[in-house]
Design a protein around this ligand. Structure first.
Ligand SMILES: [Zn+2]
Length: 134
């Protein structure tokens, strides 16, 4: 069965994020005033309101904040992929970001477990940020 891939609609704010995933070196926006990283991408800082900022590389390290194991495919096109685990990861840099936890279906998960980023090339245009246990 062909894999079901949803392509995000990259816009002016998020294009650098998706491009950094293509390069297997994730970058997030960092505020030029307060210095905090933010995600999802936005024109201005969530914390102090300052517009702009720089795209800076992140370590890809973080800890599990929470997770959900998907057993029932809400969309039948995902029926060949269940069960899989979606994790919300709290990155070292602060923001929380969701992705799949790969190669951990049998693992006993706990909040606070360390994970690291992995880059999954879905096709020639799309790379997803996923995670695996560190
Ligand atoms: Zn700020």
């Amino acid at each position: 069965m062909e894999r079901y891939i949803v392509h995000p609609e990259a816009d002016q704010d998020s294009m650098p994020y998706w491009q950094s995933l293509r390069e297997h070196k994730a970058k997030l926006q960092k505020c030029g005033k307060c210095g905090r990283f933010r995600f999802p991408p936005s024109p201005s800082c969530y914390y102090c309101g300052t517009f702009g900022g720089n795209w800076e590389p992140i370590s890809g390290k973080g800890v599990i904040y929470t997770w959900s194991v998907i057993h029932h495919p809400v969309d039948k096109r995902l029926s060949g992929e269940v069960p899989f685990t979606i994790v919300m990861v709290e990155l070292e840099e602060g923001p929380r970001i969701a992705g799949r936890l790969i190669n951990a279906n049998k693992a006993k998960l706990k909040a606070g477990m360390p994970v690291r980023a992995r880059y999954d090339d879905m096709d020639k245009d799309l790379t997803l940020l996923n995670f695996e246990l560190a």
